[in-house]
Write a protein that binds this ligand. Sequence first.
Ligand SMILES: Nc1ncnc2c1ncn2[C@@H]1O[C@H](COP(=O)(O)OP(=O)(O)OP(=O)(O)O)[C@@H](O)[C@H]1O
Ligand SMILES: O=P(O)(O)OC[C@H]1O[C@](O)(CO)[C@@H](O)[C@@H]1O
Ligand SMILES: [Mg+2]
Length: 527
Amino acid sequence: MAFASSINGVCLISHHGLRWRGDLPLFGSNRSKFRRFHRRIATGHRIKDIRAVIFKPEVDFKDPDWKMHFQEDFDRRFNLPHLRDILDVQPRPTTFSLKSRGPLHDGNGAPEGVWNGYVNDDDRALLKVIKFSSPHSAGAECIDPDCSWVEQWVHRAGPRKQIYYEPEEVKAGIVTCGGLCPGLNDVIRQIVFTLEKYGVTKIIGIPFGYRGFFEEALPEIPLSRQVVQNINLHGGSLLGVSRGGPDISDIVDSIQARGINMIFILGGNGTHAGANAIHNECRKRKMKVSVIGVPKTIDNDILLMDKTFGFDTAVEEAQRAINSAYIEAHSAYHGIGLVKLMGRSSGFIAMHASLSSGQIDICLIPEVPFTLEGPNGVLQHLEHLIKTKGNAVICVAEGAGQELLEKSNATDASGNVVLSDIGVHIQQQIKRHFKAIGIPADVKYIDPTYMIRACRANASDAILCTVLGQNAVHGAFAGFSGITTGICNTHYVYLPIPEVITSPRCVDPNSRMWHRCLTSTGQPDFH
Ligand SMILES: Nc1ncnc2c1ncn2[C@@H]1O[C@H](COP(=O)(O)OP(=O)(O)OP(=O)(O)O)[C@@H](O)[C@H]1O
Ligand SMILES: O=P(O)(O)OC[C@H]1O[C@](O)(CO)[C@@H](O)[C@@H]1O
Ligand SMILES: [Mg+2]
């Protein structure tokens, strides 16, 4: 059994999933579990298996008004940073309207007449929609010991009636950072379309991620409807991507020198940390600049969001690799197919690809530790599968089982740890095991890593990208900065960047989805 505890107000949850809230009374078996947990943390043992989640230590649950205090604090945290906070800026009526009659209106203001297409600043969407009756319910997320229902509202995304920029004064920049992701071009395209709809004419792309801000050999890329019209038909990014890059103050110098006052930053956790730092630096310098993030990651590891764009496509693309592994395994005598999928710290791609294919016998993800050897190990189960049904297919996420491998200590240009290859390791161990027990096994290893993210967005991602790209522009014109845009409970919202990057979003091993995956594969507990 796994457990978690509260340290300095952060509720930590072990990857085995039983949620322990810091406010639970520490008696009986709870107490010894709590102590063991602390010992493990103190010795640094398996520290990487622990995830931090939002927990508010200052809430006194004995106070009859604790919910109100919690909500006040929540509202404060999720309040969207605005240009008004630092500058004396006045709004003007929006230039965005879909009520225009001509082919293109001139950007001097929306046409007269009533149009109910605007979102009010006070509109909200509910962040959590399940009322868990017990902390022991599968996937329960509780705030207090009674697991009470507490409404948590976040800001609705979309066009506002009042805007804080004159379109002709806007110079908008778009930059794509980190690794590739299906849908980057779709988002770029929609940002350009929407900016033009407001009347913006100066739109540029920064080439090759944050790097493009300082490398003189990399000129700005002028963007317009004409330039981006068909870019969604291809994978990749029209602008190029990169990891690493200049420091924040150099980036802000560059933004200032270029006269950019809206910057749309597409990327994952690292990129968003950068975007937030850029926003803070712009604030410090009292610059009228809107910094808007659009979360991009096939890994789906951004907190609070239903999913990030590119994830669906990656899962769909992974089906080809899994199907090939399945065919190979089923066509060989004692065939074993092994597929490694992306997922540095989160196993969403592996879990969803396993679930959707229906062809996987063993799914291994970073959030759930496993052993290869021993009576409960993966190899023993494989042996059982070979003896009983003659073949097996395994899907492993790249970040799974890293504790079984020698660490390289290498990092990439962004400082991300370069992972050791779990796929190769498992392949070698399977071969070694079956040779040792004298049973033939034909192992076929498929690593489709870059194939699942270099492709064009599928239909569902294309729609998500469309909405996110458009909302990013609406957020900038509404005067927000330091925000990102996402989908929560099927509704599109704006969230302050820090709230979505405190840790990578992980698969909850106590969630129904992981349980469904286990039901589907039929795999036992490998621990
Ligand atoms: N904490 C940070 N503060 C400022 N900038 C950062 C930070 N972390 C990363 N960056 C910058 O953000 C960019 C992208 O980071 P990273 O390579 O980690 O990709 P990512 O955005 O997390 O996307 P992916 O999902 O592909 O990993 C890099 O240029 C990196 O220098
Ligand atoms: O080889 P690159 O470009 O660093 O990207 C690999 C990484 O990209 C990710 O998909 C995140 O975008 C990780 O799962 C993976 O480790
Ligand atoms: Mg990252």
